[in-house]
Design a protein around this ligand. Structure first.
Ligand code: PHE
Length: 453
């Protein structure tokens, strides 16, 4: 008997836990800053609901109807065809993303530790870049953090679906939400926060061009965990009563709200600390260089507040990243359990150890291996680039084609309506999007990433 999420809430929170992660808290503000603020956000929201939601529904349909891991799902739904490669590609992508994601996730452990032990106190804007580069290039410290993070993930995954993933998501997601709320209130009430708020609310459409639109779409995919079977695997644990459309809508809303809230923490706090929002200041090292400095400067006269703010913030990022790595891990673990007959604990161990090893290599590419480059990229950058710019869009495109063109319409309708017991509107529109809009739009992102546009 296959395990199921025990409750509707459990299903929503597990899927939302996968979606909400470093993509929301770290990548979304960076992209927003780079792409001009409010106008980018509007386009991003459009992409989430117009393309992300239909592709998410497709993954749900594939996962729940097959009741199998992502590779097994295509084997069952399209026996004797080459579609199984889409599933296998997803498993491979899971390995790749997990291996570099845990490096950044590990850094958040170190930063939570620095915050806890009050080591940011009294530091100036000049100190933070040094702290970060010394830490990231150190050969062993980030690896210790990474190993701790992978073990945390392993611990939850080994417990299984109901007692591990569902139970932890139910605890971690509400905690995360409360923490984010508190931080938003803190950030927007800082003196000088107004510029940051305006930046997020007043669209300037003159800044919108092709790449901005395409970046918004890419971010939507990444943030919703689409294109590699993470949500397909989770959907295989949904029970027969789960309303797929409502669950997908909830996940999209939660993911978007948390990304926006992350923006409302970071931009107001950054403007309060005197950063120029459109300059490179709010750049790639946002989470580890800009932000700790923001917390320090913004509460220069209230050291206790800056202590609490920093500590809470890094704890929150750890939680968000953890519920995402759990889903990445589960894709591979369920694959090995079901396709090769491994015991769950052993399958998880194989994934854990492999990711640790690959993660170490990614981590070392900030230090001793920084000169080792393939196609002009360090190993970390190569993993990041290939997975988010290549593997996820390709996966997402095939998923929408599979459900839009290959699967029988009755099967899709049956899944979405729970065999006729639910009324679901807009099925035709959905199929149209899956057949034409989503694949073409994704092809667009893809060509853009390859700089063919
Ligand atoms: N959506 C996750 C995040 O925002 C990342 C992720 C991508 C997780 C793909 C699983 C699969 O951090």
């Amino acid at each position: 008997m296959r395990e199921n999420f025990g409750s509707k809430l459990g299903a929503v929170l597990a899927a939302a836990g996968s979606a909400v992660g470093l993509g929301n808290i770290w990548r979304f503000p960076i992209e927003t800053g780079r792409n001009g603020g409010a106008a980018f956000i509007l386009i991003y929201i459009g992409c989430i609901f117009l393309i992300g939601l239909p592709v998410m529904l497709s993954e749900f349909v594939i996962g729940r109807s097959s009741q199998a891991n992502t590779a097994g799902a295509y084997r069952k739904l399209a026996p004797g065809t080459q579609w199984k490669w889409v599933g296998r590609l997803g498993v491979f992508t899971g390995f790749v993303i997990m291996s570099y994601y845990v490096v950044v996730a590990g850094w958040t452990i170190q930063y939570a530790w620095l915050a806890l032990t009050n080591q940011f106190a009294g530091k100036t804007a000049e100190d933070f870049p040094v702290i970060f580069s010394q830490f990231a290039s150190n050969p062993w410290q980030p690896i210790v953090c990474l190993v701790i993070f992978v073990w945390l993930t392993h611990y939850v995954v080994v417990k299984g679906v109901t007692r591990g993933i569902e139970r932890w998501s139910k605890v971690l997601m509400p905690m995360l939400f409360i923490l984010v709320m508190g931080l938003v209130i803190g950030a927007v009430s800082m003196p000088g926060a107004k510029d940051g708020i305006t930046f997020l609310l007043q669209p300037d459409f003159s800044k919108v061009n092709g790449p901005v639109v395409l970046n918004a779409m890419g971010q939507a995919f990444y943030s919703l965990s689409l294109g590699m079977g993470a949500l397909c695997t989770y959907a295989s644990y949904f029970n027969r009563q789960t309303n797929l459309a409502r669950t997908a809508l909830n996940v999209c809303v939660i993911d978007t709200v948390i990304a926006l809230m992350a923006g409302f923490i970071i931009f107001p706090a950054a403007s309060a600390a005197g950063y120029h929002l459109q300059s490179g200041d709010i750049g790639a090292s946002l989470l580890f260089i800009t932000l700790p400095n923001v917390f320090q400067q913004a509460f220069a006269h209230l050291p206790l507040l800056s202590y609490v703010f920093s500590l809470l913030f890094y704890l929150l990022v750890i939680l968000a990243a953890l519920t995402s790595t759990i889903s990445l891990h589960e894709v591979v673990t369920s694959y090995m359990t079901e396709e090769f007959g491994f015991r769950r604990s052993r399958a998880a161990l194989v994934e854990t150890v492999t990711c640790m090893l690959l993660g170490c290599i990614c981590s070392l590419s900030f230090g001793p291996l920084q000169h080792l480059k393939l196609a002009g990229m360090t190993i970390f950058d190569l993993f990041d680039w290939t997975s988010s710019n290549l593997l996820l869009p390709i996966g997402g495109m095939f998923i929408s084609i599979f459900v839009g063109w290959y699967l029988k319409r009755e099967l899709v309708r049956g899944e979405l309506t729970n065999n006729g017991t639910l009324r679901v509107r807009g099925l035709r529109v959905l199929i149209f999007i899956l057949r034409f809009v989503a694949p073409l739009a994704i092809l667009g992102i893809f060509l853009n990433q390859l700089h063919l546009f």
